[in-house]
Design a protein around this ligand. Structure first.
Ligand code: SAM
Ligand code: SF4
Ligand code: SF4
Length: 330
């Protein structure tokens, strides 16, 4: 496999593609309603990559070493005819995963699976309806997300993972219930430290439940060796069987192995979740750039990459404007 490396020797292996910046939830830690309200200017159809454009770029990224593609957003299932994109990408013989809030899975899981989606990660912050409602601020329910998980399971979109953002004072008392609910079904829950992505979620270190604190709550965890370089979650075997993951971006950063590139819905390449700027690929593509021209742009961006935001996070770095997570995909 041909591959390129950045200034810190990190290969380009994963591509996360945001297919829309819109969402049917307003999670407080991601798209707070005060900012992402009815007057918010979301991207127009003309400004977002078409499926043909996404597929073309995906092919170029794969030729530079990408082995896994994850569709994200916003809520990816809000993008019309998503199975069409998946069936195009599936011809490229790389793993295709998707991160979703799950509520539209009962409607779309069969078509997604038939189109070639390999697996889904479903976000779920609590089993208690009131806690879930307070965190996601959307009118959707835990019951709807659980139905989505069932639907994904029934068409083989596994192994399914659950993403749970842990926020102090919001859902720490849900962690044990979540682990108990899913560990017996071979669904791994991954607890994510509340991150300072974007600039609208009012992030404060005081609100972060640290990985150390989470390990303390779960007790008797046996570390599992990571399966590959660049694995995002630290994994632990549970005494009752099954496993749990921790995504420790804030207190135990893992930039040293970060092999992830992100493509925003409007066709910009971001080399870090905490970046403030991306490289515009949409404009050159629509102005007629050849594959070689685009490859040269992507390659030069990656080989000059120095990002390690989480390792060098300081008060002044958290004060910089950063792109929103709903825009570049989690
Ligand atoms: N809408 C889909 C979903 O929620 O799964 C996909 C996009 S969402 C931006 C991707 C992931 O980012 C979700 O699992 C979400 O919980 C996580 N996320 C969003 N904001 C976060 C934050 N401030 N800190 C940590 N994780 C966050
Ligand atoms: Fe939407 Fe996902 Fe962000 Fe929640 S985390 S607001 S579901 S994009
Ligand atoms: Fe990768 Fe940036 Fe996160 Fe570090 S902070 S792990 S470089 S996305």
């Amino acid at each position: 496999m041909v591959g390129i490396r950045d200034t810190r020797g990190r290969p380009l292996r994963d591509l996360r593609i945001s297919v829309t910046d819109r969402c049917n939830m307003r999670c407080r830690y991601c798209m707070p309603r005060e900012v992402f309200g009815s007057d918010f200017a979301f991207l127009s159809k003309m400004d977002i990559l078409t499926y043909e454009e996404i597929d073309r770029l995906a092919g170029l990224f794969i030729s530079l070493g990408v082995e896994k593609i994850r569709l994200s957003g916003g809520e990816p299932l809000l993008r019309k005819d998503l199975p069409e994109l998946i069936s195009m990408l599936a011809l490229r013989k790389v793993e295709i995963a998707m991160t979703t809030n799950g509520v539209l899975l009962p409607r779309f899981a069969p078509a997604l699976s038939a189109a070639g989606l390999d697996r889904v990660t479903v976000s779920l912050d609590a089993l208690d309806e009131a806690t879930f409602a307070a965190m996601t601020d959307s009118g959707h329910t835990v019951a709807a997300v659980l139905a989505g998980i069932e639907a994904a399971e029934s068409v083989g979109l596994g192994p399914i993972k659950i993403n749970t953002v842990v926020k102090k004072g919001a859902n720490e008392d849900e962690l044990i219930d979540l682990v108990e609910r899913f560990s017996s079904r071979e669904i791994a829950v991954r607890f994510i430290e509340f991150m300072d992505v974007g600039t609208t979620n009012g992030w404060d270190m005081e609100d972060v439940v640290t990985a150390e604190e989470i390990r303390g709550m779960l007790a008797e965890l046996e570390p599992i060796e990571s399966q590959y370089r660049g694995e995002v979650a630290k994994r632990y075997r549970l005494p009752q069987g099954g496993e749990v993951g921790l995504i420790t971006s804030v207190t135990e950063p893992f930039c040293g192995d970060c092999s992830r590139a992100r493509l925003s819905a409007d066709g910009h390449l971001y080399t870090c979740l905490f970046a403030s700027q991306g490289l515009d690929l949409l404009t050159p593509m629509r102005e007629g750039a050849s594959d070689d021209d685009l490859l040269a742009l992507i390659e030069s961006c990656w080989i000059n990459r120095e990002d390690r935001y989480s390792e060098i996070r300081t008060e002044s770095s958290t004060a910089h404007t950063r792109v929103e997570m709903s825009f570049i995909g989690g």
